[in-house]
Design a protein around this ligand. Sequence first.
Ligand code: ATP
Ligand code: MG
Length: 370
Amino acid sequence: MLLTNLHLAQFRNYKEAELTFGKELNFLVGNNAQGKTNLLEAIFYLCHLSSPRTAEDSDLVMFGSNEALVAGLLQKISGDYELEVTIPVKGKKKATIDGVAQYKLADFQGILICVYFSPDDLKLVKGGPSERRRFMDLEISQVNPYYRYALVQYNKVLQQRNNLLKERKIDIKLLEVFSEQLIETGSLIIERRVAMIKRLNLLSRLLQRRLTDLKENLMLEYTPSFEIKNDLKEDFKKALELSLEEEKQKGYTLIGPHRDDFSMMIDDLDVRSFGSQGQQRTVVLALKLAELEFLRGEAGEYPILLLDDVFSEIDDLRRIKLFEIIKQNKVQTFISTANPKDLEDIISKQRKVFEIKAGQVGVKQDVTFG
Ligand SMILES: Nc1ncnc2c1ncn2[C@@H]1O[C@H](COP(=O)(O)OP(=O)(O)OP(=O)(O)O)[C@@H](O)[C@H]1O
Ligand SMILES: [Mg+2]
């Protein structure tokens, strides 16, 4: 898919900006604090209706303004789309597709699909299990509306079940009802996640090998909160029964996808505990590039790729390998950097360079090096 145009108004430090993107490589070049990440954030927002770096939508509105606007023109196999979101400082955001208001925002998500990678994503390896669950949930949700729905349902019943477990005298019949719903929706979530990690395992293994000149073998494995032998729902049910006493004591649910994780090993060593900084960064990069293929498999076409400041984090060999992969891919890519020298290795006619300065965008077909 291609994001051909982007229009911003009162978004972060952009008073007004109109950009026409190239089909392949789009570079965002500028000094620190000029608005490169803000621009990628705006594109991310068109995908997810949320920001990768703040939970408060109001942060996105330019200081002193009432509302921000992000709009984009998208070309997909299924047709062209005009996406628009207005984000008020107070109140609800409004989204339109081709001028038609969307009452269910979930219908808007999943139209523009993206893979986003920033230095902050190191938390995928270094952070706790919730980071990895968020990663799986966000990615599967992009291409699977049923999954998105199941997550909402699951969290609802989980909350109800937890509240019940905190009560002094527990209504056992009601607990059974909640447990059944938990198993029903929870199993759907686990199934999709297991399938995703299986696929990502194959893809990221190849990419990790390429990024490290065939030196490192990466392995991913889904690690559920209970042992899955043959029948997922049966095993889930048994595990819940076994942990009921402990759950009553603690007052919350101990079994289910909200407690799951996935492991990352390089040649049988856990990357989280034993990987070097560089290895950990490369693993995240391999995961993100693997996502491109995963999402293509699910959506039938490539998502767009957003790379925020990735070069400051990896050594020359890995950077060159990354460029090779990007160039071969034919994925529409947006790359930000404060150092245009980083781009010297990318020789491609298909590149477009944007100079970002204090929320203003200038277009240059090429950067001057040196
Ligand atoms: N709501 C807002 N209104 C106005 N300005 C904002 C708002 N939010 C952030 N900014 C400003 O946007 C500026 C640029 O931020 P951004 O993160 O995009 O920089 P950058 O070009 O990615 O820099 P770096 O190279 O350091 O990553 C910051 O200086 C910040 O003060
Ligand atoms: Mg930045």
